[in-house]
Design a binder for this molecule. Structure first.
Ligand code: HEM
Length: 531
């Protein structure tokens, strides 16, 4: 029997399966599931294997449900068995997973590397129903601003970021004046602290500490994901009825309205300034200002600007906070490396005597730790998520129709021993990339913010994450402060929080805590720290 997939994105990827999903409703289902041989591999009409079925009797809906919590296992199975190319079944869509670099390069050449990850990302959030994120699809003002304004200004922004991180950490970390160990919910504290720094750079000094903005940006992310997650299980035609019943949906709209109000007020003030200061000297150095300057046509509409800033906060806050928390967890799980890392921080800060681009560049061990931690605990298992704009036939003869959804199993690739550079691929080695950079010809390779075919945690190609250079600076500045000001460990009897997955995103167990204690800062550094 031939079943056609239903999602418009995968029209043409017909699935050939010789058994009906109705088997699931039979009383024999459980017995059959466990006793049937697992040698059978369903394939799409194009001949691509679909991974993850536990037996010939497992219905597709169950596989799609299982992908939510077992994506890591299913992707690894596909990567180990088929390597080049295979298909995974997600709740809303099938995805052609491409693990062989050769085929990805063929796709990049064919598309001129001009397709972005935004559309699949928004559709995954059921975005075509509630339109959140639509502005990101319509145009790429956010990318232009990050690439042409934020990144070239990173050096100038360091003092501002330092000042805001001092305030943020003092506000958000628990009070640890006494030299006792105090428990901390690292994920939440880091998300709130990063949200503050991001707010300062996104909307400037006047409103960045406005609690409504901070709540809007942190809650918006959680609510948009939760709403999208629930709505995915609701048929398209019922979504307009179900959505308003969801508290997460109502909170999301409230965040959006609050953000709109704040951005509106800022634009009112700034339009006056733009008119009177023709030399531009008094204009703010922040994302909103840059967007106002670079926006064209519809991008200039206030709702458009406000939504864009909100979604750019979404892209920047939790990804960064999780990456930072994972690195700190890795250090706590391997405390023998902490002193060596502190030595580097102290030595570089003493010799530079200030926080600047070179200071952050010289934090080579910290940079290497971040890359190694990301290799083992990346936020995304799949990157290079794209819809093919036009059909393509790859050199292995596989024809992929237009609108095929593709992705790269970057977590499996990064953790395949043959792709791990340096020695001992199975080991957590925080100095792996620092050692490699010392080898001849490698000085400009293996930086945390760089992407290559073996390490695509920030994506790949022209539309790899444009914010990765900002994220790298931000994490280094915050982590350096956290390590110099405090000691860190896990609570008695608790090990490193285990990672779990929801769909193809990975998170550390949010119920786990860290312990922190104030320490004496090395001589001569007190005045260099933000707090
Ligand atoms: C550690 C933190 C971060 C991680 C792990 C991360 C990861 C990613 C990944 C995997 C992609 C998809 C790229 C691809 O598929 O080729 C992406 C896209 C994007 N990221 Fe990040 N990101 C981070 C921080 C940031 C920050 C701080 C910003 C803003 C300054 C940002 C802005 C964006 C934008 C605008 C896109 C969409 C690019 C497009 O048009 O396709 N990200 N990010």
């Amino acid at each position: 029997m031939v079943q056609a997939t239903t999602h418009p994105a995968i029209r043409g990827l017909k699935v050939v399966r010789p058994y009906p999903d109705m088997v699931a409703s039979s009383g024999l289902y459980r017995v059959l599931l466990s006793s049937a041989p697992s040698v059978f591999t369903p394939r799409t009409k194009l001949g691509l294997p679909i991974v993850g079925y536990r037996s010939i009797f497992e219905p597709s809906w169950l596989l799609k449900l299982r992908f939510i919590r077992n994506s890591r296992g299913i992707l690894k199975e596909g990567y180990d068995k088929y390597r080049d190319m295979f298909v995974i079944r997600r709740w809303t869509t099938d995805v052609v997973v491409i693990a062989e670099n050769k085929y990805m390069e063929e796709i990049r050449a064919h598309t001129k590397d001009a397709v972005r990850s935004v559309e699949p990302f928004v559709l995954d959030l059921a975005g075509d129903f509630y339109h959140q994120g639509k502005v990101f699809i319509e145009s790429d003002l956010q990318n232009r601003v990050v690439q042409h304004k934020l990144t070239p200004n990173l050096g100038n922004l360091i003092p501002i970021m330092k000042s805001e991180l001092g305030f943020a950490l003092q506000e958000e970390l628990p009070d640890v004046e006494a030299e006792d160990w105090v428990e901390v919910d690292a994920i939440n504290v880091f998300a709130r602290s990063i949200a503050r720094i991001v707010a300062r750079i996104w909307i400037g000094p006047d409103e960045c500490r406005n609690e409504d903005w901070l709540v809007a940006t942190t809650d918006y992310t959680q609510n948009i994901f939760a709403t999208g997650f629930i709505l995915r299980f609701v048929p398209w035609f019922l979504r307009p009825i179900v959505a308003p019943l969801l508290p997460t949906y109502r909170s999301m709209l409230k965040s959006s309205a609050n953000a709109q109000k704040i951005v509106d007020g800022l634009i009112n003030n700034r339009e006056g300034v733009t008119r009177t200061k023709s030399d531009g000297s008094k204009l703010s150095n922040d994302i909103l200002q840059w967007m106002m300057e670079m926006a064209r046509g519809k991008e200039l509409q206030r709702e458009n600007l406000a939504e864009r800033i909100l979604i750019l906060s979404l892209a920047a806050i939790h990804t960064t906070a999780l990456t930072m928390a994972q690195a700190l967890y890795d250090l706590c799980a391997n405390p023998q490396y902490i002193d060596e890392l502190r030595e580097e921080l102290v030595e570089v800060l003493r010799s530079e005597a200030e926080w600047n681009k070179t200071t952050l560049l010289r934090f080579a061990k910290l940079d290497s730790l971040l890359k190694e931690s990301q290799r083992l605990n990346s936020v995304f298992l799949l990157t290079f998520n794209r819809f093919l704009p036009t059909p393509i036939t790859l050199s292995n003869g596989v024809h992929l129709p237009a609108r095929t959804r593709i992705a790269v199993p970057q977590y499996a690739i990064m953790n395949d021993p043959v792709n791990v550079p340096g020695e001992d691929p199975a080991k957590f080695d925080p100095w792996r990339y620092e050692k490699l950079r010392k080898e001849p010809g490698n000085a400009q390779k293996y930086f945390f913010a760089m992407t290559d075919a073996q390490h695509m945690a920030f994506g790949y190609g022209k539309y790899a994450c444009p914010g990765r250079f900002f994220a790298s600076n931000e994490i280094k500045m915050v982590l350096a402060h956290l390590l110099l000001r405090y000691d860190w460990k896990f609570p008695e009897g608790q090990g490193r929080p285990q990672n779990f997955t929801i769909d193809s995103d990975m998170f550390p167990d949010p119920t786990k805590r860290l312990m922190m204690r104030r320490r004496t800062v090395e001589k001569g550094l007190e005045d260099l720290l933000a707090f």
